[in-house]
Design a protein around this ligand. Structure first.
Ligand SMILES: Nc1ncnc2c1ncn2[C@@H]1O[C@H](COP(=O)(O)OP(=O)(O)OP(=O)(O)O)[C@@H](O)[C@H]1O
Ligand SMILES: [Zn+2]
Ligand SMILES: [Zn+2]
Length: 829
């Protein structure tokens, strides 16, 4: 039996399957999707079996053997292997990278080298103390340990390794293993308590207590827990085990991050008309098993979650599994509670805030079929289910579904692909769908008019016919003219006061996108920039350190300007802190919960803060983007946006779209229950269409206007983009290779008759822009250039880019230039 293995080496030349012979002993266990250790270039590396064959493609006698089979159950399923190949093609990444993205970090095994005694003949070259020490350590020791212990024998050891007197053995070691806990049991044929107590001296009171406690419980108890509760030390419990009155064994234990939480069980609510309509369409799509994708466009508070829950129930009733993706940021306890409350232990939660051990255990629940619903951020799309019936992507417009490092995949596109493999239905849910999804769904709506199924599922009303909140836009320039220099307009000020008087709650959003935390000298205008990257350093208030977000460079915050020595140097802190101070000044005694990167860095901090707010321990929840999404608190009747425009003027073609989405989402937090809500948006550009349309909750009007701009400028959804960034320390070399690469691309496109302007009206067209310096022109001491490929129509742009790249990444023209390809980029930096 031959295994085709993708070996974990991130180089393009080795990015293909290699053949290995499978030893007899493994043949019954090894499957497509198995993780193995294989010899490769003198080492043992981790790899994945992507195929099994009877005959090898090369001379069989030269094949090496699979060295280790790493898991009894393969971590990946055959359909995922296929998916990973598709990903590597579509996103121009290596196959290894795609495979690595699919498994939990705990399974990213590392090579571990150990030293053993080698040839007997050569053994006499070795000082006998070393040989003895190795035997005493069970035959295997780490090289570092050996050298540390016998530094004087360094040369001998080196020599012995060459001559074979010492042998290296490599194996793959997982970064993390299953958690094992020492657990106490009663022995199988336990005597009665009285008989047992007779064997324990009366003065060993603690031992007696522990024993009595075990008899009372009559169930396995972790050693630590028993020690704590009985007051006996672990040593005295072990003494009981020595007398065979108790048994201590290691037991596998799941780290369940939610074990201390009770989730009140909820029942399905009777659906409202709008919900029922949408629900039945989702069920139809599931029953069809065609892998259909639908866009659920439901305004904030329209009850999308209840539709998800009931659709999942249907999916489970069909004995299929469901994946729910939510943005990391809204993976709040509230969200988790809604799913755990309905489906209990059938839910596995994959959350980046969990420790990698906890994540691993949640993942194992999925793989071992203990869980049927996986809820998590982006990477949960790779939940190893065997029969997926439904994939839900909540807040589908969120940019966090795109991974910004390689593989630069978009979870939405992976979901669509995975659903096709399983015949599952995909539901993309949002109050503010991305323009791409909306355009795609509208096209299908046009087909529906011709009799086909529509992919657009609208829920235009809030549950129970509740009104959308009243939105008021305040022009901050007017405020300034009227002599108000505070960051709160008069309107927001009085609205806040009212809430305080009535004992209701408010949410305040500081739009942090584009709100910089930089350092500037007010005398000479000097700003602190990174010495390795063309970017301002960010000021961290807590540690008073300036840090570069791209390369990690850090320096202490200077007290005087390094350029002109003036003392008028100003630190623009996180912004939320300033708002918090201002609130305390204006409203003495106000209770504020601040939620931003600083206050949520600790584990579960996010969760604790929201719980306190939900328990009405604060009047105001103040924060960045984090407060805009998914929250559902009945006493929130005011939402204030401190500065709506900060995100509007970024060099990003999605700036207007993101601003509109943010305003609409945050406005949606107000008045979701009995109490009516009010929203105040402060801005310097009230006339901008993103603000004007958000004010009227008018998604359609926003889309119409935004589509006009995109079409004029030639941006998605009118075309698609691929961004290729290249970098090198030497500018002239980079510039010339950049030109060659762009030339190669154009040549390839021209050859296929595709190199025509997008404005030409041809159904298939490719334009290559650049190379030009990237917006961040230098990073980690490397200069950066970029090419943007715009294309329209059914064109395999990734294949085009891969072909154009080949001579630069494999051939003699390589020259150390690093290329990075971003397919469907979210930002062009
Ligand atoms: N059929 C129903 N009957 C009664 N109440 C409902 C029903 N469906 C949903 N609700 C309630 O309406 C409120 C809003 O629903 P939900 O949070 O699901 O909205 P949503 O569309 O997900 O909103 P958002 O996009 O703002 O997160 C919730 O408190 C929910 O419990
Ligand atoms: Zn200065
Ligand atoms: Zn830097």
């Amino acid at each position: 039996m031959i295994a085709k293995v993708i070996v974990d080496v991130p180089s393009r030349q080795t990015d293909r399957p290699f053949d290995y012979e499978v030893p007899e002993s493994m043949s019954g266990w090894l499957e497509v999707g198995s993780r193995v250790g294989v010899p490769f270039g003198g080492r043992v590396l981790q790899g994945f079996v992507i195929g099994i064959a009877d005959s090898a493609s090369v001379d069989r006698t030269r094949l090496k053997m699979v060295a280790e089979l790493l898991d009894p159950v393969p971590p990946l399923l055959p359909d995922m292997i296929e998916l990973s190949q598709w990903m590597s093609e579509k996103y121009c990444c290596s196959w290894t990278q795609a495979l690595q993205a699919m498994i939990p970090a705990a399974l990213k095994g590392k090579e571990e080298r150990q030293i053993a005694l080698g040839d007997e003949d050569a053994a006499d070259q070795l000082p006998s103390e070393i040989a003895e020490w190795i035997r005493g350590a069970g035959g295997l020791v780490k090289l570092e340990a050996l050298i540390a212990r016998y530094p004087e024998h360094l040369r001998t050891v080196k020599h012995a390794l060459r001559s074979g007197a010492l042998a290296q053995q490599s194996s793959i070691k997982d970064r993390l293993s299953v958690k094992k806990v020492l657990t106490v049991f009663l022995p199988d044929a336990a005597p009665t308590l009285e008989q047992a107590l007779e064997q324990v001296p009366a003065r060993a009171a603690k031992q007696r207590d522990a024993l009595m406690m075990m008899y009372e419980r009559a169930e396995a108890t972790p050693l630590q827990e028993l020690a704590q509760q009985s007051g006996a030390s672990s040593a005295s419990i072990k003494a009981l085990a020595d007398k065979e009155l108790l048994v201590i064994r290691e037991v596998e234990r799941d780290r369940d991050p939610y074990k201390d939480r009770d989730f009140a069980r909820t029942r399905p609510l009777p659906l409202m008309d709008g919900q029922r309509e949408v629900f039945s369409r989702i069920i139809e799509a599931m029953a069809e098993e065609q892998g259909r994708t639908m866009l659920l466009h439901g305004v904030t508070g329209s009850g999308k979650t209840e539709v998800y829950l009931q659709s999942i129930q249907y999916c489970l009733d069909q004995e299929k599994q469901a994946i729910v993706l939510v943005p990391e940021i809204s993976l709040t306890p509230q969200m988790v509670e809604r799913f755990k409350g309905r489906f209990g232990d059938a839910v596995a939660v994959l959350h980046s805030r969990l420790s990698s051990g906890e994540r691993f255990d949640e993942w194992r629940k999925i793989r071992s079929k203990k869980a049927q619903v996986a809820i998590g951020a982006r990477s949960a799309i790779f939940a190893p289910f065997e029969r997926i019936g439904l994939i839900i992507i909540d807040e589908e417009h969120e940019s966090s579904y795109k991974q910004e490092e390689s593989p630069k995949y978009h979870a939405r596109d992976v979901a669509v692909r995975r659903a096709k493999q399983h015949g599952a239905a995909v539901v993309l849910g949002s109050a503010t769908p991305s323009l791409e999804s909306f355009a795609a769904a509208s096209r299908s709506a046009a087909q529906a008019a011709a009799g086909g199924p529509s992919a657009l599922l609208p829920m235009p009303e809030r549950v129970g016919g509740r009104p959308m909140p009243e939105v008021e836009v305040v022009d901050m320039r007017e405020e300034l003219r009227a002599g108000n220099r505070s960051m709160f307009s008069r309107k927001l000020h009085s609205a806040l006061l009212e809430r305080l008087e009535r004992g209701e709650q408010s949410v305040l959003l500081l739009n942090r996108r584009g709100y910089s935390t930089f350092v500037m000298c007010r005398s000479c205008g000097h700003t602190a920039t990174c010495p390795h990257c063309d970017i301002s350093l960010t000021f961290h208030q807590k540690s008073r350190v300036l840090r570069c977000h791209y390369c990690g460079h850090a320096e202490g915050a200077p007290a005087t300007c390094p350029s002109c020595e003036s003392e008028h140097i100003r630190y623009f802190g996180t912004g939320t802190q300033r708002v918090e101070e201002e609130l305390a000044k204006l409203y003495p005694g106000i209770r504020v919960i601040r939620m931003d990167v600083d206050t949520t860095s600790e584990k579960h901090a996010h969760e604790r803060l929201l719980k306190r707010f939900g328990d009405r321990e604060a009047d105001v929840l103040l924060g960045t983007q984090m407060v805009a999404k998914g929250l559902d608190f009945p006493y929130v009747t005011l939402v204030g946006v401190i500065a709506a425009d900060t995100s509007l003027h970024l060099p990003d073609f999605r700036a207007a779209e993101k601003t509109f989405q943010l305003l609409t989402q945050v406005a949606g937090r107000a008045g979701r229950h009995e109490l009516e809500g009010e929203v105040v948006i402060q801005t310097y550009t009230p006339e901008h269409y993103a603000i004007e349309t958000a004010r009227h909750h008018d998604y359609a009007a926003f889309v119409a206007e935004e589509l006009r701009h995109r079409s004029m400028m030639g941006y998605p959804p009118y075309c698609r983009l691929v961004l290729v960034t290249m970098s090198h320390e030497q500018l002239p070399l980079l510039a010339s290779v950049g030109e060659q690469f762009a030339g190669e691309l154009r040549e390839l496109a021209r050859h296929e008759g595709l190199l025509v302007p997008l404005t030409s009206g041809m159904p298939r067209a490719v334009e290559v822009l650049g190379p030009v310096a990237s917006p961040i022109a230098r990073m980690k001491d490397r200069y950066r250039f970029q090419c943007v490929i715009k294309y329209r129509g059914s064109i395999d742009a990734s294949a085009l880019v891969r072909r154009a790249l080949r001579p630069f990444t494999e051939g003699p023209q390589q020259k150390g230039i690093l290329f990075s390809v971003d397919v469907d980029p979210q930002v062009i930096l």
